[in-house]
Design a protein around this ligand. Structure first.
Ligand code: AHR
Length: 504
């Protein structure tokens, strides 16, 4: 037994909770090239009859996303949903204040639902509570969900969509706590309008199965954080199912060790929101538990200048087109681990975003589509992270970080598929220089065979995939990961690595 090994034990009797498939959601916003020349590009060699790029559809299916949030984001707070329905040639061109772009509305609700049908996804629709309110949310809900025989449902039928869209999951606005948001509100103002909108939408719910998300804070660092959640929930506790969380991370001032520990912040954010929700629940003497919808999370280099030349009010400008390195993918994997470790309360999560805009999939107009480094941890987690999350309490060597003090080198979680007994361990080694021996006690598990140990790591931690070299970074198999006669799994995690160890 090595003295420097990280260790934990798995026991099927001790679990965190079941993974909700909606944990593997993503986000399509009318922003930059996410929609236009991202998922939608009529005239592209792979475009289908509806103008959707089939090369992108294929990659989205491989990525394994579930619920897709739409149409924003900051965009939604100035959006008129009526602009995006009906005959395309009659749809207006509009100024999008959020991203200083021109919105052509060639892609709207019907096209989004068509996209979802092709990827087997679920809609998560945001209503505009920035420049609009209760009535417009009701109108959109009627247009989308009412079978027929009313003004707006008949309009949908006349537009060619006979069947209602059956949208269950709705966001009541976006980041209303932020002063950058069109129609930004105080917690008191937002809490009231969110409650009124939720109450009215429930009155108008034909299937009686709406799931509503109230806006939480747009970051844990917001000055109003926690007080915002408390006030908003005081108004909405009985009317909503989830409160939202948003978080983006980037390497700052060359401090890579702190960046690699970003999940420490994410986990504390989750735990603080859980505490705040439960505090409000206790005050209201409610037995109900509010779920967490982490509906924007990712690595995002907000402080880097845009390398592309962009004019104000352009259509589909090249903005937020971050290129992700191996290091970014390891941090990204660690963020996925943080979400899984809180699967009991985080039951919706959306990777922001899906294509071109801080995205795992990149495209070239008229050209190919390719996978960024971050594509791989998401695809593996979505594929193998379904089931029940087991408790993982690590005993790990630590190192000092500037932002978070002492941090464990190992960050890990494990998911069991109770139907087959298969177990998958997701693990990150945060050390930039040292391999990390790992020992896992498999107490009481029926799994006794290593199917695969896959690693994403590279001699060059800044390596990226690109149009010229789309497969520069891919995961590769690791030899030597074994289960001993004593029932202990032994593996070595490469420095700065994302690992998936599958047991059968
Ligand atoms: O995902 C990019 C932007 O980040 C979203 O529009 C907004 O909600 C957040 O600030």
């Amino acid at each position: 037994m090595s003295r420097t090994a990280a260790r934990f034990a798995l026991d099927p009797a001790f679990s965190v909770g079941d993974v909700d498939p909606r944990l593997f959601g993503s986000f399509v916003e009318h922003l930059g090239r996410c929609v236009y020349t991202g998922i939608y590009e009529p005239g592209h060699p792979t475009a289908d009859a509806e103008g959707l790029r089939q090369d992108v559809l294929e990659l989205v299916r491989e990525l394994g996303t579930t619920a897709i949030r739409y149409p924003g984001g900051n965009f939604v707070s100035g959006f008129k949903w009526e602009d995006g329905v009906g005959p395309k040639d009659e749809r207006p061109r509009r100024l999008d204040l959020a991203w200083k772009s021109t919105e052509t509305n060639r892609f709207g609700l019907s096209e989004f639902i068509d996209f979802l049908r092709k990827i087997d996804g679920e809609p998560m629709l945001a209503v505009n509570l920035g420049t609009r309110g209760v009535q417009e949310a009701l109108d959109l809900q009627e247009y989308a969900n009412h079978p027929s025989g009313t003004a707006l449902s008949d309009q949908r039928v006349a537009h060619g969509d006979k069947d209602p869209f059956g949208i269950r999951l709705w966001c009541l606005g976006n980041e209303m706590d932020g002063d950058w948001q069109t129609g930004h509100k105080t917690a008191e103002e937002y809490g009231r309008v969110a409650a009124e909108t939720a109450r009215a939408m429930r009155q108008q719910d034909w299937a009686d199965d709406l799931k509503l998300v109230a806006c939480g804070s747009s970051a844990q660092s917001m000055p109003t954080f926690a007080a915002w959640e408390s006030t908003v929930l005081q108004h909405t506790y009985d009317l909503v199912d989830y409160i939202s969380l948003h978080a983006y991370y980037e390497e700052k001032d060359g401090d890579r060790d702190s960046f690699l520990a970003s999940a420490v912040d994410m986990e504390s954010f989750i735990e603080n929101v859980v505490a705040t929700c439960d505090h409000v629940g206790a005050r209201l003497k409610s037995k109900k538990k509010i779920g967490l919808s982490f509906d924007e999370w990712n690595v995002w280099y907000q402080s880097r200048p845009n390398p592309h030349q962009v004019e104000d009010w352009q259509e589909a400008p090249r903005i937020l087109e971050d290129v992700y390195s191996v290091t970014d993918a390891v941090v990204f994997g660690s963020l996925l681990i943080a979400l899984l470790r809180h699967a009991d309360r985080v039951t919706v999560a959306c990777l922001a975003q899906l294509v071109n805009v801080i995205a795992p999939i990149m495209t070239e107009p008229g050209g190919p589509a390719w996978r960024q480094t971050t594509f791989y941890p998401f695809a593996q987690a979505s594929r193998y992270g379904r089931g029940r999350v087991l408790q993982v309490n690590v005993d790990s060597p630590v190192h000092e970080t500037r932002a978070f003090g002492e941090v464990a080198l190992l960050h890990a979680t494990a998911v069991i598929d109770d139907a087959t007994g298969a177990v998958t361990v997701f693990a990150v080694n945060r050390s930039q220089t040292e391999s990390l021996p790992l020992e896992i006690g498999l107490r009481g598990l029926s799994a006794d065979r290593v199917v695969e140990h896959s690693v994403l790591a590279d001699e060059d931690p800044d390596a990226v995939n690109s149009l010229q070299d789309p497969d520069r970074v891919t995961p590769h198999p690791v030899d030597g990961t074994v289960i001993g006669a004593d029932g202990t799994l032994r593996a070595t995690l490469e420095p700065l690595s994302w690992n998936v160890i599958r047991l059968a």
